[in-house]
Ligand binder design. Sequence first.
Ligand SMILES: [Zn+2]
Length: 304
Amino acid sequence: MQLGDWQLTTVNGGMFRLDGGVMFGVVPKSLWHNVVRADPQNRVPFANHCVLARNGVHNVLIDTGYGGKYDALQRKFYDMEEGEPLIRSLAELQMPLDQIDTVLFSHLHFDHVGGATRLDAGGARRLTFPQARHVVGRIEWEDATREAIELKTAYALEDILPLRHAQLDLVEDGQQILPGLKAILTGGHTRGHLAFLFESGGQAAIYLADICPSTAHLRHMWCPAYDTHPLDSRRRKPQLLGQVADGRWWVLWNHDPRLAASRIRRHPQREFVACDGLPRLGGTTDTWLSDKRQSNPNHQRKFC
Ligand SMILES: [Zn+2]
């Protein structure tokens, strides 16, 4: 997708499955099961659409997927892809790792920061993008590294602490990262969770990450149980989605298993619905999805 000066491309950070109950929080299964189908272990397929944004000067990667360091048992639990999906996807796009100059993190959960490090031959963790400026929200960094008991299971410190050796840039709400690209503090999913807004050529596109992980999460109450500040999510999400719908911004979906981007519009019963859906933004192929997804024929009709 070309958005003014920015060329936006989908990068596959690794498909996986997450427990449907956890992904829809207080919403009963009798409702969410009409929208997405769970497998026999109650898991629902989700994508990890990272975004490569290029403007001729900068090569920016948004989020890094879960990476390639998980053992067989962990991969089986989440039905993660083999190998290093992010690295494979960037290679398909002929994007050398050392030419990524900026890596943005919406937040520091495992499926967003895992790909930022790899294991070397001796088993030590090394930065995947050693040349890059690594951009994290200041609040997110503080929460992820302060080892509070209530957040301990939310953050894998072994994935996060190596970023101290990177060129680390802690940013605030509204801060411009590059011309035409800024961070927006959403909170909710985590206290320091960021969205990223591209504005160029009279158009806008927003990467919402986990404040609204998929088109099945457009209603204000449909939030993952992972959210550490759920009341903020319920308040902030409809505000943001209203702005997106009224401004005809593109949404760059992070975890939607079908769409990499779409617009959204207001809906009298369902709050918001997706429209103008794009399965991917140039580039990569999702073999996992075509092999394994269990589609619900009602999904398109209800949500697009
Ligand atoms: Zn996530």
